[in-house]
Design a protein around this ligand. Structure first.
Ligand code: M6R
Length: 369
């Protein structure tokens, strides 16, 4: 049942190219329009939206953080991301023209469900992104976009995360198109890039041997830090979360620019720092900033593990370990950069002798608040 893999998690990591392809399947109409699933909202309802809130927990929250960058860039509507467990307690300002996007793999997370109920009471429209057909969250939402990741058994979310990203991209593109911010051919160009990601990911997954070796090396580290900027920031948070939940190690993700405001004091001789480097194409400035952050931590003794686009040879000089990933447009890059971090956490946990699929104290769906 694990398809020849030692753990469900490894099987699910390997299934990611297919999961992305399945989530994209049939989404583009002949007219180049994005087709969503059960959308019980009219195009006019979606045109009237003037603010978006994304609510979710854990890994799904990290998908929401990535979505904010994509949605604001493409749709030009303010988009906030909030932990579902915090959302309703601060009395958010919601009305008919607010779209609340609830992201949940299981569709049963109580925190997310309560956030969506609160949003509905305030007359906001709710759109769910969910991997589980007929679960509570999509049932209670005005619209649903299902991720076609297939069942996820391991407690640690992997393929659900990547398919949530795809769903968020599709929603962003759909909104941009019906609101006239992007033309059909512009949308189709992004979809084409999305359609190339399963192949790129297969290539990347074929090169994980070095990450496995690195995992054996890092298994005794007392802390692992992760840094990133822009969409690399949620990827850093996701890498740290995976390591905490599976390897029971101290790990933290930071926005690379925040380092100098405090966390850099944590860096000591040999502290492993995983650095997610943006693509040099398009937003070169951001990439250069991350490269200076890498130099800063290295100057203080950090051991740097650098995830960078292949061909970005200049970063090699600052990397104790370089993990190249296939070139992907900036906003879509988390579909690549997250994957080595999943493998790293899984292999470190295994090397430490933990039950990778069933980490202590955790449940696959968290049905209490
Ligand atoms: O089913 P959900 O997406 O609502 O679950 C949210 C979190 O509980 C979940 O992502 C959790 O953080 C994972 N175990 C992380 O790997």
């Amino acid at each position: 049942e694990k398809g020849g893999h030692d753990y469900f998690m490894l099987k699910e990591i390997a299934e990611q190219p297919q999961a992305i392809a399945d989530t994209l399947l049939g989404r583009l109409s002949d007219r180049g329009e994005i087709v969503l699933d059960e959308v019980r909202l009219t195009d006019q309802d979606l045109r009237d939206v003037d603010k978006i809130f994304i609510v979710a927990c854990g890994t799904s929250y990290h998908a929401g953080m990535v979505a904010k960058y994509a949605i604001e860039h493409w749709v030009r509507i303010p988009c906030e991301v909030e932990l579902a467990s915090e959302f309703r307690y601060r009395d958010p300002i919601l009305d008919r023209s607010t779209l609340v996007v609830a992201i949940s793999q299981s569709g049963e997370s109580m925190d997310t469900l309560m956030a969506l109920r609160h949003a509905k009471e305030q007359k906001a429209r709710v759109l769910a992104i969910c991997n589980t057909n007929g679960s509570t969250i999509p049932r209670e939402s005005d619209a649903v976009l299902y991720t076609h990741g297939g069942p996820e058994v391991a407690v640690a979310s992997t393929k659900a995360f990547l398919t949530q990203l795809v769903a968020c991209y599709l929603i962003g593109l759909h909104l941009a198109q019906i609101r006239g911010v992007m033309y059909a051919d512009e949308v189709a160009a992004v979809v084409e890039k999305l359609q190339q990601t399963p192949d790129s990911l297969r290539t990347l997954l074929g090169r994980m041997e070095e990450v496995r070796e690195l995992a054996r090396d890092l298994k005794t580290a007392s802390t692992v830090l992760f840094i990133g900027r822009h969409v690399g920031f949620p990827v850093a948070l996701e890498g740290a979360l995976k390591l905490k939940e599976l390897a029971y190690m101290h790990a933290e993700g930071f926005a690379a620019g925040e380092l100098k405001h405090g966390p850099i004091a944590l860096i000591d001789e040999g502290t492993p720092v995983v650095c997610v480097v943006p693509s040099p194409a398009g937003r070169g400035v951001m990439r250069d900033k991350v490269v200076s952050n890498i130099q800063e931590v290295r100057a203080r003794g950090a051991r740097t593990i650098v995830i960078a686009e292949e061909g970005d040879e200049d970063v090699r000089a600052y990397a104790d370990h370089l993990i190249p990933v296939p070139a992907t447009p900036t906003l879509l890059a988390p579909l690549m950069t997250t994957v080595p971090l999943q493998v790293l956490a899984c292999e470190i946990a295994a090397a430490r002798g933990h039950d990778v699929d069933q980490p202590r104290n955790l449940a696959k769906s968290v049905t209490v608040e």
